[in-house]
Design a protein. Structure first.
Lengths: 259, 258
């Protein structure tokens, strides 16, 4: 991934205030009708020439650029490729075609609790997840109290995560991902978890972060939230980029689409 | 290549955290905790000594040391390779949601097993002293076979972790193969008879046997067998090169199979 990222620094349209550039992104999956995951099956099919896959492009020809501090809402129906796009940007998938250029630290919140270990306590997971984001133990030592306070987990912080409720895990994930002030924040359907009180608190936290210039990619089916948080938006449909522009125009078009 | 290096430096914290996690979780919720990494080999040594000492008539005082030295190394290899084999699947939760250099998973599981192995070497020292097998200066040379052992584990681990992603049955197959490795390592019998016979190559070409044999030589203050050292080193290096190649080539596809 990083090799590609490097090369694109030479791209001429990249300026200092660019946070993210996607050029010609395409992501292809092989949809095997039946999963071949045993050695025996594999060789039988290999010999019989039955190893066929159906190609499926989850994303094709995606081009767009995000400037620093912009908050982009990602809209689209189920299966439009929103999560795949986020995973390509996060580096989880390597795109089949094209390349992603990103500047700065990126914190993906694709399902909260990515990378948590269920046997580890809340506190240990804070350090583990901090390391996943590339922060040192020393740095996390300074931040750990702030994180624990934000989660309001109190006594539960020393309990293994397997005993947490899903809301508690979401809180912990949110608190860790946001305390470190990433340059780019990916939020994939994460504000729909937690109770109303925590949702309000996390929304406020996000808005505070945005004031300090964090770039946000926000995936949501909740148009009101998109309206509140974003200033730009894009629509994906069957793996293609339909529109990208100012939030009001795009949201209006989207509302027209889903009528 | 340069960026790859930077990538790994950035994630060195994560590597340390993963190793720490492996060690912490291994004995969590057991009363004796990490002390088990010493008690367990000691108990197994006693059982093996009673069984095979009686069966094969080895009553010498050095026999328990002989068994323990062999078993510790075999156990490390079997545990670290099995952990590496499963490492990508075990960490799929993380792999599916954030970008992390994937080699960290097999490498950290091998490293934490190796650290526990180094701790358990204390038992070997204690048993030797108690039984009167006093170490000579040659025991310092044990670092060499132990280093080869680490390299061999890394190479095997990288290959197995790649194969393990695509073929789930590798886990079961590897268990059987490990059993074969175990019997051809001469852990609880003296290999001289076999080495002198027509089938001696079965032992001689098993790199793990070569490592164990040289390690024992260091413990008992004898000369290492240079052919075995050379063979196991070359085997380890080739397995690392092959492992890196296979892993690098396939790691982007992992996500589609887990």
């Amino acid at each position: 991934m990083s090799d590609k990222t490097r090369n694109d620094e030479k791209m001429n349209n990249v300026t200092e205030d660019t946070a993210l550039v996607l050029s010609d992104i395409g992501m292809r999956f092989n949809l095997s009708k039946e999963k071949v995951d045993s050695v025996k099956e594999y060789f039988i099919k290999l010999v019989k020439h039955e190893l066929k896959f159906d190609e499926f492009w989850a994303l094709r020809n995606i081009n767009f650029e995000v400037k620093k501090g912009e908050r982009v809402g990602i809209l689209g129906l189920n299966g439009a490729g929103k999560s795949t796009l986020m995973k390509v940007i996060a580096g989880v998938f390597r795109p089949t075609e094209g390349s992603v250029y990103k500047q700065g630290v990126l914190a993906p919140m694709i399902e909260l609790g990515a990378g948590f270990d269920m046997q580890y306590t809340g506190k240990e997971n804070i350090y583990l997840y901090g390391a996943v984001l590339g922060y040192s133990r020393k740095f996390m030592d300074e931040k750990v109290d702030e994180i624990i306070e934000f989660t309001e987990l109190k006594n539960f912080i020393d309990v293994p995560l397997k005993n947490y409720s899903s809301g508690m895990k979401a809180r912990l994930g949110f608190a860790i991902a946001t305390v470190v002030k990433p340059d780019i924040l990916i939020l994939d359907e994460v504000l729909s978890v937690g109770d109303a009180k925590f949702r309000k608190k996390s929304e406020k936290k996000l808005l505070d972060m945005m004031d300090t210039g964090t770039t946000v990619l926000f995936v949501s089916h909740n148009i009101d939230q998109v309206k509140k948080i974003c200033n730009k938006a894009l629509i994906l449909d069957h793996g293609s980029l339909v529109t990208y522009g100012d939030m009001e125009d795009v949201v209006a078009q989207y509302e027209e689409m889903i009528k | 290549m340069n960026t790859k290096f930077e990538d790994y430096r950035k994630y060195s914290n994560l590597f340390v955290e993963l190793v720490r996690k492996g060690i912490k979780l291994k004995y969590r919720r057991s009363y004796l905790g990490i002390i088990w990494s010493m008690i367990e080999p000691l108990l197994t040594m006693i059982v093996l000594t009673i069984v095979f000492g009686t069966l094969l008539g080895h009553t010498g005082k050095e026999f328990p040391v002989y068994i323990l030295a062999g078993r510790l190394i075999y156990t490390l290899f079997s545990q670290s390779s099995t952990a590496a084999l499963k490492s990508i699947r075990t960490n799929q939760g993380m792999i599916k949601k954030v970008y992390v250099p994937k080699a960290l998973y097999p490498l950290s599981s091998i490293t934490f097993n190796y650290i526990l192995f180094l701790i358990s070497l204390v038992v070997l020292l204690m048993v030797s002293l108690v039984l009167g097998v006093y170490p000579t200066w040659r025991v310092l040379l044990a670092i060499i076979p132990l280093f080869v052992l680490f390299c061999l584990s890394v190479g095997a681990g990288l290959i197995l972790s790649t194969v393990g992603v695509f073929f789930r049955d590798m886990e079961y197959l590897w268990n059987v193969l490990l059993m074969l490795v175990m019997y051809t390592c001469a852990i609880f019998y003296y290999p001289d008879k076999i080495l002198g016979s027509d089938v001696g190559w079965i032992l001689k070409y098993n790199p793990l046997f070569c490592i164990i044999s040289n390690f024992r030589s260091c413990v008992f203050g004898e000369d290492m067998n240079m052919w075995m050292l050379g063979y196991s080193s070359v085997f380890a290096i080739v397995s690392i090169l092959f492992g890196v190649l296979v892993f690098e080539k396939n790691q982007d596809k992992f996500i589609l199979y887990i």
